[in-house]
Design a protein around this ligand. Structure first.
Ligand code: NZQ
Ligand code: ZN
Length: 383
């Protein structure tokens, strides 16, 4: 029997041309800070559209939130918020810009050292500025959840934080905004969404057929869309469905009341913080090995995954599980995301293990049984 709270106050405004709706969802008197990344929103014209939609509101801009946003950069945005007396934050970009904006929203009103937001994983956040989002990259689900991930560059520490105060008030999802993404970012988005689903689904049975069937539907949709998103880059329907899958994958719905894993993400965060490997690339490296090493603990769900997601019905149980993991790896490779540490030039795993230990990531997974020794086996198998 499960019990849970499912709370998600984010309004989704979906479809081509919906940026004009900004005018409806941001108060007329708001002093708005528009936050964005390294400049893609300028070259694609999205920023111009956003500024136009904001009309004659008082608007400031903060540019330069990097992929895997850093604490150091975000604290500069906090200064702008305080100086300009900003009272509404608008993130225009992908997961990094949205996560960064969430951090700024909390930090601007935080009492004390803002590093403590990360050290307490967000539990000490009491208030935050309101946030709106214009999404340009489907992957993380940050547009409809209350979490973020920020890196302290000086210590190579990538930390997740969560707070009910950090749900965006609204997110504008215009699939045409993703037409300008590179194949690398599209592939990354597919893999990130896929692994968000498996982290909530490939654990152990919890008598939760609704969550299971939703998760399987999302996985099947991703498998159907992945290669099409790359080969038909202007197909609205493909990009729209991909966007919606990625949002649904991590908005709390499929994870409600069921065990969750997240060990692949935690190991992946160390790989990004140390070697600057893209978030989704780290997941593609870790997940297939994690499933292999933890085959016994995940046996029943892996068999369900093999049958329902990969339609593998022949052979004994072990053969089907191995085939399902192999198909998962092949799927990641088919969308252009390599799955071996060597593909990214990483030859030693000791540094990664040392960072996991330093960050107390020594009892991960749905049963807290991913010790450093298990992580070592996983990384060895990922070489
Ligand atoms: O910086 P700009 O110039 O905008 O370029 C970005 C960036 O270089 C570019 N881009 C974005 N939209 C574009 C575009 N280029 C062309 N056309 C567009 N429409 O794409 C690059 C990558 O952007 P980024 O935001 O870093 O990617 P993503 O959305 O994959 O976000 C990754 C971050 O999200 C975190 C990750 O750890 C990582 O830091 N995650 C956040 C989660 C959450 N909040 O729930 C969950 C995830 O598991 C993940 O950990
Ligand atoms: Zn992720």
């Amino acid at each position: 029997m499960f019990n849970f709270d499912f709370y998600n106050p984010t309004r989704i405004v979906f479809g081509k041309g919906r940026i004009t709706d900004l005018n409806k969802h941001i108060p007329q008197q708001a002093r708005v800070l528009v936050l964005y990344g390294g400049g893609s929103v300028k070259t694609t014209g999205t920023l111009t559209e956003v500024l136009h939609a904001l009309g004659d509101r008082v608007v400031s801009e903060f540019a330069g939130i990097e992929p895997n946003p850093s604490y150091e950069t975000l604290m500069q945005a906090v200064e702008v918020v305080r100086r300009e007396k900003i009272d509404f934050l608008l993130a225009v970009g992908g997961g990094s810009v949205i996560d960064g904006t969430k951090f700024v929203a909390a930090a601007a009103l935080y009492d004390g050292d803002c590093l403590n937001i990360l050290k307490t994983r967000g539990s000490t956040i009491k208030q935050a500025l309101p946030i709106g989002v214009v999404l340009t990259l489907s992957a993380t689900g940050s547009e409809m959840n209350n979490g973020g991930v920020v890196t302290v560059k000086s210590t190579h520490t990538k930390s997740a934080f969560f707070s009910e105060k950090l749900f965006p008030q609204f997110s504008i999802l215009d699939p045409t905004k993703t037409f300008t993404l590179s194949p690398r970012q599209i592939g990354n988005g597919v893999v990130d969404a896929f692994v968000h689903i498996t982290e909530q689904y490939l654990t152990y049975p919890a008598n939760a057929p609704v969550q299971d069937r939703f998760a399987e539907g999302l996985l099947l949709t991703l498998i159907e869309l992945g290669e099409k998103a790359l080969s038909n880059p202007d197909d609205y329907d493909v990009r729209a469905n991909l966007m919606w899958v990625a949002t649904m994958a991590l908005n709390g719905l499929i994870g409600s009341g069921v065990p969750q894993d997240w060990s692949t993400h935690m190991i992946g965060h160390e790989l990004t913080a140390l070697y600057n490997i893209d978030h989704a690339q780290t997941l593609a490296i870790v997940l297939p090995s994690m499933l292999t090493v933890r085959k016994e603990a995940k046996r029943e769900k892996l068999l369900q995954f093999a049958t329902r997601v990969w339609q593998l019905t022949d052979g004994d149980d072990d053969t089907r599980i191995d085939a399902a993991i192999a198909k998962t790896r092949a799927f990641f490779e088919s969308v252009g995301v390599k799955t071996r540490l060597a593909d990214y030039g990483v030859t030693t795993i000791d540094e990664v293990l040392a960072q996991l230990e330093a960050h107390r990531m020594t009892a991960l997974g749905e049963r807290r049984e991913v010790t450093l020794d298990v992580s070592r086996q996983v990384l060895e198998l990922s070489r």
